[in-house]
Design a protein around this ligand. Structure first.
Ligand SMILES: [Cu+2]
Length: 162
């Protein structure tokens, strides 16, 4: 009888550790910034790191400060760079995908422009195929400005200024 109880306790403990292992801390969003373009459009970039042992798919992104947010990619078509909306972006197990001005990016339309003043932070919520969501704060950079140099490092642990 005691042996059975011990086995049960061990089983419960290992279940708990499995649950912890799959928490959203294993998916990190870093270097998140966005640029406001004319016509109430913004383009957002970031790095997503998947330290789980499963492929995840980003299915969507949203912010309450824009009417619509889309996942986009740039592709070369007859020597011309074109952007396309994509249904999802895959991040393989233990891999990192960079959203940058030459590839994947987020595009936001019909902005609540007051929330997108340079220096502000905009919250974007991502939805993954495993039914989890993750929030990330994106720093607003003025149109025409380049990515700030100091954002090459990991700032994910910095306190968020409001
Ligand atoms: Cu685009």
């Amino acid at each position: 009888m005691i042996k059975i109880i011990f086995t049960l306790i061990i089983a419960i403990f290992s279940l708990t550790s499995i649950a912890n292992a799959s928490s959203s801390n294993d998916i990190k969003i870093n270097n998140a910034w966005l640029r406001v373009a004319p016509n109430k459009v913004a383009v957002a970039f970031f790095t997503i790191e998947n330290s789980t042992d499963k492929t995840i798919q980003i299915l969507s992104a949203k912010t309450k400060h824009a009417k619509r947010t889309e996942l986009h990619n740039h592709i070369m078509n007859n020597g011309i760079m074109k952007m396309r909306q994509v249904k999802l972006v895959e991040v393989k197990a233990n891999d990192t995908v960079k959203f940058n001005p030459h590839g994947y990016h987020l595009m936001m339309f019909n902005l609540d422009i007051d929330a997108f003043k340079p220096g502000k932070q905009v919250e974007i919520i991502f939805t993954f195929d495993n039914d989890t969501e993750q929030k990330a704060m994106f720093r607003v950079i003025a149109f025409g400005m380049k990515k700030p140099k100091n954002m090459k490092t990991d700032h994910s642990k910095m306190p968020i200024k409001k």
